[in-house]
Design a protein around this ligand. Structure first.
Ligand SMILES: *Cc1c(COP(=O)(O)O)cnc(C)c1O
Length: 389
């Protein structure tokens, strides 16, 4: 699979969990969309562009164990979360709590607090990661969790927590940003109600790629989009004064699709054809396991593992703690090994299974050992804070 991606020479890229690499087929396809579809055919292209959100959503569905017509590509993760949380709250009248964890990705929390304030009389309640199930009660309308923790890579069990939410009468929203394309997700089998995920991480859809929304088929005509727009209307070109939601997952559209972004994602997803998530997960586990073993063996006294040691409990990333973590990551980047830093002290390394090799893991560990053992990271230039860490 590695041959299908553009990978700069000499770079060991352990940040595919933040921004995935460029699939080789994307530039030519984008040029075609720009020059022919936009440049020449103009508005005549809208008929085919309009079907893209659901058509491209179907390519993602297979990767999260969903069926055809259950996924739509729309908005960005944050906006999609606002929509799904609002929809879930509306679908559970008489209940007024969004339950989540304080360690959740901050944008998820901001989205929850925002929709709570907008609807009024809604409370965002925080549970500890290990007491989520006990914190469910008859006031909870929706449980919102991110499966893979963006800091540590620790993973929630979708099946058991979805079941617990349902037993308490709540709906569940899973954030699959660090899951899709990295771990095995079975939305249909596990009874997941609603989910979102972003497409510029392991799916390689490009910077700012649109997100996806999953809505379980049985719920599609029950839940409503709290940010309705003309493209989620049953008949947008009737231009009627009253809103009638489209049947199916398409009702979660609001606006015209971002055609360039969705076109890049469309081609990026073709790479996954014929790839099973079981094979991806097996490679992912082998890569993270090798990295952890090698780092602990060589640097176990200097770096503290922040990710679960048990491979079944972590996603496709590994984080190590060090008081000078920011400088270590900057020194590594200067040597062509790209990871990232998450405050206050985490050096985070993502392992995108489609294009990373075991030899990349060895090279990364070698560079990390040199940077840490020789104290190279103490050089002043590595302390300069960049906007994006
Ligand atoms: C990456 C990520 C996001 C990104 O949100 P955008 O609105 O697409 O920028 C949201 N939630 C989680 C858990 C993420 O990892």
């Amino acid at each position: 699979m590695r041959g299908r991606f553009h990978l700069p020479d000499g770079l060991v890229y352990l940040d595919g969990n933040s921004l995935g690499v460029l699939p080789k087929d994307v530039p030519a396809r984008l040029a075609e969309v720009i020059e022919l579809e936009w440049g020449t055919a103009l508005v005549g292209s809208w008929d085919s562009w309009m079907s893209a959100p659901v058509r491209v959503g179907d390519k993602i569905a297979r990767l999260i164990g969903a069926g055809e017509g259950e996924v739509v590509v729309v908005d960005t993760t944050t906006i999609a979360l606002v929509k799904l949380l609002g929809a879930a709250l509306w679908a559970r009248p008489g209940r007024n709590v969004i339950l989540t964890t304080a360690e959740n990705f901050p944008t998820d929390l901001y989205a929850a607090e925002g929709i709570a304030r907008l609807l009024g009389e809604v409370e965002v309640r925080y549970a500890e990661a290990d007491t989520v199930a006990e914190s469910l009660d008859e006031t909870v309308a929706v449980l919102m969790l991110t499966q893979v923790d963006f800091r540590t890579g620790a993973m929630f069990d979708i099946a058991s927590l979805t079941k617990a939410a349902h037993e308490a009468g709540a709906l569940i929203v899973w954030d699959l940003c660090h899951s899709v394309g990295a771990v095995v997700v079975e939305c249909e089998r596990d009874g997941v109600d609603l989910a979102v995920g972003c497409c510029y991480k392991y799916l390689n859809g490009g910077p700012g790629a649109p997100a996806f929304v999953y809505v379980r088929r049985e719920l599609q005509d029950v839940v409503e989009n709290p940010l309705p727009g003309w493209l989620g209307h049953e008949a947008p070109f009737d231009f009627t004064t009253t809103y009638r939601p489209a049947p199916g997952v398409g009702r979660f559209l609001s606006s015209s699709p971002c055609v360039l972004g969705i076109s890049a994602l469309d081609v990026a997803l073709d790479v996954w054809e014929g790839v099973t998530m079981e094979a991806v997960r097996a490679k992912s586990e082998a890569l993270t396991e090798l990295f952890i073993e090698a780092v602990l063996e060589r640097l176990g006294d200097e770096l503290e593992l922040a990710s679960p040691r048990n491979r079944a409990e972590r996603g496709s990333q590994v984080s190590f703690r060090h008081a000078q973590g920011y400088r270590i990551v900057q020194a590594l980047i200067a040597r062509g090994v790209v990871g990232d830093f998450r405050a206050p002290d985490l050096c985070r390394f993502g392992f995108a299974p489609l294009y990373l090799r075991f030899t990349d893991v060895f090279d990364a560990v070698e560079a990390l050992a040199e940077v840490v053992s020789s104290h190279q990271y103490e050089a002043e230039r590595y302390s300069i804070r960049r906007l994006v860490t």
